[in-house]
Design a protein around this ligand. Structure first.
Ligand code: ZN
Length: 150
């Protein structure tokens, strides 16, 4: 599915740049946790691998397919959270989720960096799940690493 969401051209460029040249794309042979999430509404899929060391995301990779918003968002997320403690990365995910639910303060929060380019997607509820899929994967990975998942 192509992006049919009208966004400002600057943000559009940033989204397309991440979509065409995804950061941290690939596989991580020594990953400590791996999850696979899907957004059936749009057909997006993301596989996320994390290498956790003492609660820090020492490295990570993702692979996926789907719309430009889902894949660009995952790319932006991986570059944002790489090297961060897992709780900090999850807190950024909460902040991003607030932004995707049209929280104006979150949309101007510099800590979200490139992810702010997706603020306009909040006006298109059907696409919000696309944008949140990467962080859905991160939350699932956190649950697994905490031993709460089968
Ligand atoms: Zn999508």
């Amino acid at each position: 599915m192509t992006t049919d969401v009208p966004l400002t051209s600057l943000y559009q460029d940033l989204i397309l740049d991440h979509y065409r040249k995804p950061r941290n794309r690939g596989t991580l042979p020594d990953a400590t946790v791996e999850v696979h999430v899907r957004n059936p509404t749009c057909g997006d899929e993301i596989r996320l691998q994390l290498l956790l060391e003492d609660g820090v995301i020492a490295d990570l990779r993702f692979e996926g397919e789907g719309c430009s918003i889902s894949q660009a968002s995952a790319s932006m997320m991986t570059s944002l959270i790489r090297g961060k403690p897992l709780p900090d990365a999850l807190a950024l995910g909460s902040r991003f989720t607030e932004m995707m639910h049209a929280d104006a303060d979150a949309a101007t929060d510099g800590s979200l960096r490139d992810l702010r380019a997706l603020a306009g997607v909040a006006r298109f509820p059907v696409r919000v799940r696309c944008a949140l899929l990467g962080f859905d994967a991160l939350r699932e990975a956190a649950r697994q690493s905490a031993g709460e998942a089968p």
